[in-house]
Design a protein. Sequence first.
Length: 333
Amino acid sequence: MKIGLVTPYIYPVPGGVNAHVRELYENLVVRGHDVRIISSTHGPQKSSEGDIIRLGYGWSVPTNGSVGTLTVSHRYGQLVEDMLDRERFDLLHFHEPFVPFLSLQLLRFSTSVNVATFHAYSGQSLSYEFGKRMLQRFARKLHGRIAVSAAAMHFIERYFPGDYKVIPNGVDLRDFHDVAPFARWRDGTPNILDIGRFETRKGAMYLLKAFRQLRREGLDCRLLMIGAGPQEREVRRYIATRRLQGVELLGRVSDQDKIRALATVTPPEVTIALARFGTEPSKAPAPASMVTSSVSVASSSVTRADSDRWSCTTRRPTSTRATSSAGSNGFVR
């Protein structure tokens, strides 16, 4: 079967949707399918290469307290028609299909089977509220609808009622076998590992404030922060002006180094792994001493509501501090 995986975000820029697309691509190819990833042009990703097809130009725009992508082209219709005529897909799999404008143009001209996966959760969406009437004609072209969590399903179903199937993000546990940790942080100091973009919605500043409280209370611990984003200057300024010790800003890292970082905080004497990014709480290897989820309803749905997982309110540093402090008592996830 020939399958096109459509991501509205610039591929392969790191992010939850692109990681999902990449792993889906790899597994479909292993199963013998002919697969293409359809994305847009941006920065160093300037042209199609291999199984990646680029249409239009992607612009980063603020949305839902985060940063999204808007793809545009003055000749989108012709580009899409030519590509679909050339590739002749049996199935197009859209991820967040209503993000303008790449997916909408593909849906407009598609004559294949169209399946969509919805990843996002939010309390409300003004763009969906005001745009749902116009978007309904695109929604009607979807033959199958998937949501990665019950929260994501309830969110999208509010604006576009239909038959949705919940299929959570998968985790390839083989990635965590025989992983070498970072030796320089295996010195007996408890590590707090944070994975997530530096932006208001993800709560990076609340975590830093909570970590500062831990340090002021005399807890000898270290905060490893993986990520980047629009709040990075604010994060660095906060660390510098408060002379906050014990924070390591690692920036964006490869998936392999992310797994190595998780392995770094898993021995019994090290206590906490904290993730703000939606799928990361489910990705901690079994020996991890503790994982706390601090983002959203969707994050909580991928963790068990027992002693394995602690959760805290993103916008309350005291809640984050209390949860992190509890980890020093050896709770396990």
